[in-house]
Design a protein around this ligand. Sequence first.
Ligand SMILES: Nc1ncnc2c1ncn2[C@@H]1O[C@H](COP(=O)(O)OP(=O)(O)OP(=O)(O)O)[C@@H](O)[C@H]1O
Length: 288
Amino acid sequence: MWSLQDVGKAYNELKQGEPAIQRLFSLTRFEPEEIVNPDAVDLDCVAGDVNYSNVSFRYGKNGPLVLKNMDLHIKSGEIVALCGPSGGGKTTLVKLLLRLYDPLQGSILIDGLDIRGIRIESLRRNIGLVSQDTTLFSGTVAENIGYRDRMTGIDMERVKLSARTASAEGFIEALPLSYETNVGPRGSIFSGGQKQRIAIARALYQDPSILILDEATSALDSKSELLVRQALQRLMQNRTVLVIAHRLETVLMAERVFLLEDGYLREVPRSSLLNGQNGAPASTTLTI
Ligand SMILES: Nc1ncnc2c1ncn2[C@@H]1O[C@H](COP(=O)(O)OP(=O)(O)OP(=O)(O)O)[C@@H](O)[C@H]1O
């Protein structure tokens, strides 16, 4: 039986996680039903093996199945691209990994451990999310990048190194107060491409073993696009990556490509995407 304290703690844990996760949470329409596990453990030294095993899911009690008996094993350090039509279930698959919801059936394992047995805060600390809907909050640049340590003290050297690796150092240092400049509501002082590079710097600072990239659909100018792509490539190194991809170039960065359609997942050979099969044109934008 849950105590009120347990429920309160669980709710707070649910809202924890970096801003992109909080944003995902704010978009959910149903409260998760079970999130407290008093025996849950902290993740320690994560290799990043992610295994969805026979996962089915629906929103609410009577909604249609959004994921149907889905299996997906991403090995530690592997880059996997997920594509498919709007409403196919890509974001839902990510929400389950972050435990915004639990599967109706089946399980999700990290390094062989069922994520329901991992403390939510610990789970989310080890999963980085760079979302197409880049979430900056009103605060300084340093606070936005060093978000992980906002309660315990931000390491400025690490902030600067992350910004440099994300090709964000130049435009940050040109700001009136450099890293201490307030970014304005939702990062309004930055362009779209700059916001994305701040979000990448935040993920570099967080240094998770598992990374989820939800690629932006909105076009950037070609110079900005190149800088973001280079920063992403650096971020992806030595991590397990699940990328929700909309562009052919992104799909081609992955080792394996999956199509999620009507809740069913299937692997597609990369060569078929290049040939314009599976409904994918041999162009820069994927329309499958
Ligand atoms: N909170 C929710 N409550 C009820 N239904 C939802 C909720 N979130 C998503 N859905 C439904 O679940 C299905 C899968 O949605 P999901 O967002 O996972 O798809 P997607 O492949 O990520 O789409 P997109 O590419 O447009 O982001 C859709 O039919 C959607 O309407």
